[in-house]
Design a protein around this ligand. Structure first.
Ligand code: SAM
Length: 221
C-alpha cells in the first residue's frame, strides 16, 4: 500500500509515527489514550482507496458527505473526556466507528448513535470483525441521547452543535463529563461540561471544524 507521496506504508510503524509526530508534540499526555491510538488500526475504518493516507494529519472522507476526524482531534477529545475503565460512555456520531473503537479500548461499555444507516451498518461490521464486544450501535437522532442505557459517565459528541442538547445533559451522571463542539455551521469551539451536584460547569478547549449535528436538538439540516 502506497501513500500520497508514493511510498509504501507499514501500518504499525505509521501508527507509531502518528503518535510520536502528531500527538505527543501537540501535548497529548495520557498514556492510556496514546496506547489506544497506537493500537487501533485506523486504516480498517476507511475505504481501501485511502489506506495509504490513513495515518496522515488530516480528516478523510467516509462516504455520505461525512468525515473521519483528524487523529489529533480524536486523541484530544478522548483525553478531555478522561474515560475510566469502569465507565459507560455514550458517543453521538459513530461515523466510521474509529473514535468509538478508541473509546471501547478505555471504557467498560460504549453506546454509539449514528443518524445515517449505511455508516452505522459499516461501523457495526468493523466492530464485529475487530471483536469489540463492548460496543452497541443504534441508528437514530443522537441529539435526544439514548435513554434506555442512561445515565452515562461520559458523553462525546463528534459533530458540531448550535447549542448543547438538553437531553444529553439530563442523561449524564452526577460527576459526569460531556465533550462537544459548539458554535456556528462553519466553526465551533470544543466545550467540556461537568455535572457536579446537579450544577453544570463549562470550560472550552480550542477552535475546531466539524460536520453538523443534525436533529431535534441540533441543526435542522
Ligand atoms: N467520530 C467519527 C469517526 O471516528 O469516524 C466521525 C464522526 S463525523 C465527524 C460526525 C458524524 O455525526 C457523522 O457520521 C454524522 O452523520 C453524524 N451525525 C450528525 N448528526 C447526528 C445526530 N443527530 N445523531 C447521530 N449522528 C449524527
Amino acid at each position: 500500500m502506497k501513500n500520497r507521496e508514493g511510498d509504501f506504508v507499514d501500518f504499525p510503524r505509521a501508527r507509531t509515527l502518528m503518535v510520536e509526530e502528531q500527538l505527543i508534540p501537540r501535548g497529548i499526555q495520557s498514556a492510556d489514550v496514546l496506547a489506544a491510538m497506537r493500537k487501533v488500526p485506523r486504516h480498517l475504518f476507511i475505504d481501501q482507496n485511502f489506506h495509504g493516507d490513513a495515518y496522515g494529519d488530516h480528516p478523510l472522507p467516509i462516504g455520505a458527505d461525512q468525515t473521519i476526524s483528524q487523529p489529533y482531534m480524536v486523541a484530544l477529545m478522548t483525553e478531555l473526556l478522561d474515560v475510566h475503565p469502569d465507565q459507560r460512555v455514550l458517543e453521538i456520531g459513530t461515523g466510521s466507528g474509529y473514535q468509538t473503537a478508541i473509546l471501547a479500548e478505555l471504557a467498560r461499555e460504549v453506546y454509539t448513535v449514528e443518524r445515517i444507516t449505511s455508516l452505522a451498518n459499516a461501523a457495526q461490521t468493523r466492530f464485529e470483525q475487530l471483536h469489540y464486544a463492548n460496543i452497541q450501535v443504534r441508528v437514530g437522532d443522537g441529539t435526544v441521547g439514548w435513554k434506555e442505557y442512561a445515565p452515562y459517565h461520559r458523553i462525546l459528541v463528534t459533530a458540531g452543535a448550535p447549542l448543547v442538547p438538553k437531553p444529553l445533559v439530563e442523561q449524564l451522571t452526577d460527576g459526569g463529563k460531556l465533550v462537544i463542539p459548539v458554535g456556528s455551521r462553519m466553526s465551533q469551539m470544543l466545550h467540556i461540561l461537568t455535572k457536579q451536584q446537579g450544577q453544570l460547569h463549562t470550560t472550552t478547549s480550542c477552535p475546531c471544524v466539524f460536520v453538523r449535528l443534525i436533529g431535534q436538538e441540533g441543526w435542522e439540516h
